[in-house]
Design a protein. Structure first.
Length: 150
């Protein structure tokens, strides 16, 4: 069956409510600014750079599941704030490698600490039963997402 012939997806009211709630939470977190006005996307890219450095923009785009153009702009933004630096590969002068700077590592650490504090405040408002339900739900969502990617 082609996409043109596919039946439209009609979610149940329960599924729709969950999807909308998830979307609102995701959008809220996405718009949250961390240390030095670091967006979640920039914080995530900085994390990937630190974990895999030295790393190419192409590899970063795959790790972060974004286009090369998007990652290139993100790296340029991080570089403009002196959080990362680009350099050539000693073995292949055509290859550009990205590394974090000391400032970038410090900002990342502060950003993670701030995000953990914010998450703690949110989760601390839930009782134990709700936390257990949330943890079970998130584990299920991760499992479904893993299967969908396979």
């Amino acid at each position: 069956m082609t996409a043109a012939n596919a039946k439209p997806i009609v979610p149940s009211e329960r599924t729709l409510r969950a999807a909308l709630a998830f979307s609102k939470i995701s959008r809220g977190l996405k718009n949250t600014k961390f240390a030095l006005e670091l967006s979640l996307e920039r914080l995530s890219a900085l994390s990937a750079i630190q974990k895999h450095e030295p790393v190419t923009i192409s590899r970063l785009s795959k790790i972060e599941n974004v286009s090369v153009g998007t990652m290139s702009r993100t790296v340029a933004s991080l570089e403009n704030d002196s959080l990362v630096r680009r350099g050539s590969d000693g073995n292949d002068g055509r290859t550009v490698l990205v590394r974090s700077t000391a400032k970038g590592r410090n900002v990342f650490k502060k950003g993670v600490e701030q995000s953990l504090r914010q998450i703690h405040v949110l989760l601390d408002a839930l009782d134990g039963e709700m936390l257990d339900a949330l943890a079970d739900f998130l584990a299920s969502v991760r499992a479904v997402a893993r299967r969908a990617r396979s």
